[in-house]
Ligand binder design. Structure first.
Ligand code: GLA
Length: 400
């Protein structure tokens, strides 16, 4: 059981202390960028559709000070203190040996492409967003770095601009064709709320999460293999389907059109398109349920979303399906559960009535390992605010 809150405050202080001992002077400011959990709306973002994520209280911290030259030094506390030195006067190149510097170099490249006048900085990065678990640790890193580097230059970018810099870094430098969801919720999260994002025009609507429910995230500990290639393949299949229906984005296709104009669209692309079209409708229904306080529909919607990911989009794995079935059985129609994120392993998200939390945890702890041979990690999360700049004066901690 992991409790974020107990480690939170200390993690921000630890990051700053680490900075001071490494660079010999205190950090000027600290950026905090959250990971995310998606409540519903999977693989809809790059189809111009709807998603409904929440930023969570697991964060990447970036402690920073300005330098007088054109060098960015980055120390990754969580990677045994590895260092990356970026010379702003030279073109960015991909680090074949280590992955983490690429998210940072990709962001620097995007800021340069947009002609922002960057300056040198000393940085320390550290965080508690679980890595490789589908909770967007890479988006939190991209957003945290983009925020730190722009703040150091006195630039104020909108949440959408910051998110697009992160997404473009991932698309063009890291070579993963992800959508905008992870970066945009990391910049636009609202405490206590999930945020519905229309990924066609980037409008957002925050919806309060019910106070008597908890967000439980269960990491299946399934190693996510082939994620990028399968992800990019799904995206290509959606594009093929969109072209078949004569639209730019699958978002434009209605349920009626999906079936009426199926024609010779092959089975696989049809299944992918059907998932996207129906999942978009589920997001809207979910928002309606929560906004109107009618939580009855929640269970079915999350169930249908999971089934659609299992049978139509084909991105779940047996251990995840088992976990979802186990939690659903325990919830017995109260609250909901589904896989969250890109797929092929990672985490399950459950909205659990407070009085059932202990039961859900007990069921998972008693059965998951016996059934799968894998040890789960259970997180309780709170919906959190998006990226912020914090003071490094811990006697008066607050945003600056
Ligand atoms: C990953 C991507 C997102 C989104 C989800 C699936 O997290 O980064 O853009 O496509 O998968 O919903």
């Amino acid at each position: 059981m992991v409790d974020a809150q107990s480690t939170q405050d200390s993690l921000s202080q630890v990051t700053c202390k680490y900075f001071e001992s490494y660079y010999g002077a205190p950090a000027e400011f600290l950026v905090r960028a959250p990971g995310r959990v998606n409540i519903i709306g999977e693989h809809t973002d790059y189809n111009g559709g709807f998603v409904f994520p929440a930023a969570i209280n697991y964060y990447t911290y970036v402690a920073a000070s300005k330098r007088q030259d054109a060098v960015i030094n980055v120390v990754a506390r969580d990677w045994s203190g590895q260092v990356d030195r970026i010379d702003l006067s030279k073109p960015m190149h991909f680090d074949e040996a280590r992955m983490w510097p690429n998210y940072i170099r990709g962001v620097v490249e995007q800021l340069q492409k947009r002609n922002y006048p960057l300056r040198g900085c000393d940085l320390v990065v550290s965080g508690n967003v679980p890595q490789g678990a589908g909770l967007s640790s890479s988006a939190a890193l991209e957003v945290g770095i983009a925020k730190a580097l722009t703040h150091a230059c006195g630039l104020i970018l909108t949440p959408l601009e910051l998110a697009q810099i992160g997404q473009d870094a991932e698309n063009q430098f890291v070579n993963c064709a992800c959508g905008i969801m992870d970066q945009l919720i990391s910049t636009s999260g609202v405490e206590g709320h999930a945020v519905m994002i229309d990924c066609r025009n980037f409008e957002t609507q925050s919806v309060a999460l019910p106070a008597d429910f908890e967000i439980i995230i269960i990491n299946s500990s399934v190693q996510r293999g082939l994620v990028d290639s399968e992800y990019n393949l799904r995206r290509a299949q959606c594009e093929t389907a969109a072209a078949h229906y004569g639209v730019e984005l699958l978002r434009e296709v209605s349920v009626e059109q999906l079936h009426a104009q199926r024609g010779h669209l092959d089975d696989v692309c049809f299944k992918r398109a059907r998932h996207v079209v129906e999942e978009n409708a589920r997001v809207l229904e979910m928002v309606e349920c929560l906004a109107s306080g009618e939580f009855g529909g929640l269970s079915q919607l999350m169930h249908d979303s999971h089934e659609s990911m299992r049978t139509l989009f084909e991105i779940t794995v047996p251990a995840i399906d088992y976990l979802v079935a186990l939690v659903a059985k325990t919830l017995d129609g109260e609250g909901g559960v589904r896989m969250t994120g890109g797929g092929f392993g990672g985490c399950v998200v459950a909205l659990v009535p407070v009085n059932k939390v202990a039961q859900v945890k007990a069921a998972v702890e008693a059965n998951y390992f016996n059934e799968t041979g894998l040890k789960e990690i259970i997180y309780t999360a709170r919906a959190s605010a998006g990226v912020v700049v914090l003071s490094t004066d811990f006697s008066a901690h607050g945003t600056v």
